[in-house]
Each structure stands twice: as C-alpha cells, then as structure tokens.
Design a binder for this molecule. Sequence first.
Ligand SMILES: [Zn+2]
Length: 206
Amino acid sequence: MKALPEHGQQTFTVVRGGRHRASPVLMNLLRDTSTPVIEYLAEKFGLRRLPGLSRSDLTGRLLRQLNEDELKTLENDLIAARFGTRPVEELLEMLLRSDEQRLGRSRPRLDDMPADEATLVRGDTRRWVYTMHGHDVIVDMANRHFACSCPYFRFASHRQALCKHLGRALMLMPEAYARDILIELLVSRRYGGPETRWTYQSVRAA
Ligand SMILES: [Zn+2]
C-alpha cells in the first residue's frame, strides 16, 4: 500500500491505488484536520486503531478503505464539524471577512441596510426576492445565483462578493436556507470544488 505524500497547501484530487475518487473538497478538508481527529474518524468508520501510523498513512488508509457513500458521509461530517453549529450571523461574518481580505477593501456595512426597511416580494423554496432602498435583491436557490441592482454589486459580482443588500437578505431569509447557502459558500472558498459554486449575476439576467 502506498502512503499519501504530504503536499502542504498543494491541491490534489486522486489517491493512487484508492478504489474511489475522493472529492477535492474532502481532500482539502482532511488536510485541515488534526491527526487525533483523523484517528477518531477512522475508528468511527470501523477501521482498527494501528498505533504509530503517520498522519499521511492514516489519511491514505481512510481514503482507501471507505466506499463512496462513506466518503460522502465523512465529507459532510467534516463540514458539519466546522460550520454546523455556528449561527447565520457568524457564518455571514466569516464570509464577509473573507471577501474583505480577498478584495482588499472594507466590507459592506449591514447596519446601513436595516431589516425593517426591506420588503419581501417573494419567498419560497426556489427564490427569495426583496426590495431594499429601491434595489431588487435576489437569492435564487433553484439556480444558485445572487443578484442585486445596486452599484456596489456591479463591482462586487465580478469578484464573487456580496453587497450589503444580499447580506441583509441572507439574515432575513429563513435560517435553514441561509445556513445552507452560507456553508456552501464558505466550503467553496476554503476548500474548493465546483459542486459548491454559486454565481453572481445582474438583476436582468437573474
Ligand atoms: Zn446590493
């Protein structure tokens, strides 16, 4: 059996000799997981504890032994462990902070867009639409895209960043929806993976 080499921050997607493909998101999540937690997870999935294995041996073994469904469960467990217990407000704060660092400019101020000045136009399992200070604000869950007619979003959308209206919309939407969306965005930012991608569009296109 071949051990996984340590690659630092480098991204790789396929474990040689593995029976199943691990997603890039799972590989990156595992790289960000401590050795004791990987040992714990291996036991949870029924692998006998083998003392003295290195971190990369442990990871390689886990990836080789788990079937496709178990790999997906492992990925979801790791995501839940990182983000699952955090309130929407904190998840949004994490996202806005990451936008701020990426864009090198200060984040949109949500207090400039008070909740009681927003009007809900449509809200269901597919799409949430608000008007806020004369702007149309759309969170389209069915097609996974954001749109806002404000000038800031025209700039921000090219850089996959949110404006204060979209930030406020995520705070106003039902928590379960907002949480899923924010976790997808954070996982995509930090751990990559095309399956978690949302698009940022003009209101006309949305
Ligand atoms: Zn906006």
